[in-house]
Design a protein. Structure first.
Length: 202
């Protein structure tokens, strides 16, 4: 086994969106947890998830504040991020209307962003149709998925998709990993087909 196979890389995934859309809840779910009464996030926090697939890496999920008064730090973390997840609440029209604000913030601070649009709270009465989310995602060239952090619906698919994106980049950046990545791609190809059916646009 070559030395570089044990190389550990940290990837940064940032979650942005209006206050109350469920960013903290999604980040907690990514670690297999859920808290019914989350406090509004002040500043920025992160959790780290270790991925053991070859090559192993750590993924940091950065949870930002949606409240305007706590947003001052967000640009610094957007600039430093590899993947940007924009979250809205499918039962909250305002949070959907504000998507463009969050996307523009990302575009302001991150050259060549890699953005994913997430409609959360699909367990709630819908005010935003799936096609509306998918149209916006298409317009900005984003991937799109609808989930429920509370009911744990499709959160695994979102996280799996993020991991696959990162693996693809590792493949491009470290082409000496070709054979290992091929292996991962092959073993996950069935799962990837499943995910495609949840990801409405990629
Ligand atoms: N019904 C439902 N409620 C959810 C879901 N996800 C989160 N919530 C609830 O929505 C509320 C806000 O969730 P948070 O995760 O704190 O929202 P946030 O985006 O982190 O908010 P800020 O930190 O203020 O930016 C909490 O009461 C959560 O329990 C979901 O999928 N469905
Ligand atoms: Mg929060």
């Amino acid at each position: 086994m070559s030395l570089s196979l044990s190389k550990k890389i940290v990837w940064k995934v940032i979650f942005v969106g209006d206050s109350g859309v469920g960013k903290t809840s999604i980040v907690l779910r990514s670690m297999g947890k859920f808290k019914k009464n989350t406090e509004s996030t002040i500043g920025v926090d992160y959790v780290t998830r270790h991925v053991s697939e070859n090559p192993p890496c750590d993924i940091q999920f950065w949870d930002t504040a949606g409240q305007e008064r706590f947003c001052a730090l967000n640009p610094m973390y957007i600039r430093d991020s590899d993947i940007q997840v924009v979250v809205y609440d499918i039962s909250n029209i305002q949070s959907f209307q504000n998507i463009s604000f969050w996307i523009e913030e990302i575009q302001k601070y991150r050259l060549e962003p890699r953005m994913i649009l997430v409609g959360n709270k699909i367990d709630q009465k819908r005010k935003i149709q799936q096609e509306q989310g998918s149209d916006i995602a298409k317009m900005y060239g984003m991937d799109f998925i609808e989930i429920s952090a509370m009911k744990n619906l499709y959160v695994d698919e979102l996280i799996h998709h993020i991991i696959q994106l990162i693996k693809k980049w590792e493949y491009i950046q470290n082409n000496h990993f070709v054979s290992n990545v091929d292996l991962v791609e092959k073993t996950t190809s069935n799962k990837k087909r499943e995910i495609k059916s949840y990801l409405l646009y990629c």
